[in-house]
Write a protein of this length. Structure first.
Length: 141
């Protein structure tokens, strides 16, 4: 949540727990966090499953579950998914999961995490924010 950087994701034609653990495994490989990193989610069956609990325990991830019926608990994720759908998913039909996966990888790596400006970051890119800029005017200095 610090910089809104997307560090783990997965795409599949199902919504089994494996989809969630694949995305979280990517995030762990990408960031290599220390023990106690927190993963926040809603109370969906994937996140409350024994398989996911075991995965988190094995990888020293602390789970945090939002309150039932409180949409604000997942506002950051919901905002991301709205952006992803508007800027990529609904822009064209996707012939295969592989085609969508390839375009998503490109979108995340070469646009969302690098050049897209984010209002919650003072209209900085994720890269600029992580470099320590505080607002867009710092770039002119």
């Amino acid at each position: 949540m610090y910089s809104r950087k997307l560090i783990g994701w997965a795409i599949a034609d199902h919504f089994r727990t494996e989809l969630v653990t694949t995305a979280l495994a990517m995030a762990i490989r990408t960031q290599q966090p220390g023990p106690g990193v927190i993963f926040h989610s809603d109370r969906g069956s994937n996140y409350t499953s024994q398989e996911f609990a075991d995965f988190c325990r094995e990888h020293h991830v602390t789970r945090s579950l939002g309150k039932t019926g409180i949409c604000y608990d997942n506002a950051v994720s919901e905002s991301y998914f709205a952006t992803y759908k508007k800027e990529l998913i609904h822009t064209r039909p996707w012939a295969t999961i592989q085609e969508l996966t390839d375009h998503t990888r490109d979108w995340v790596t070469n646009y969302y995490n690098t050049i897209r400006r984010h209002s919650t970051l003072g209209y900085l890119t994720i890269r600029e924010y992580e470099l320590g800029y505080k607002h867009i005017n710092d770039l002119a200095l």
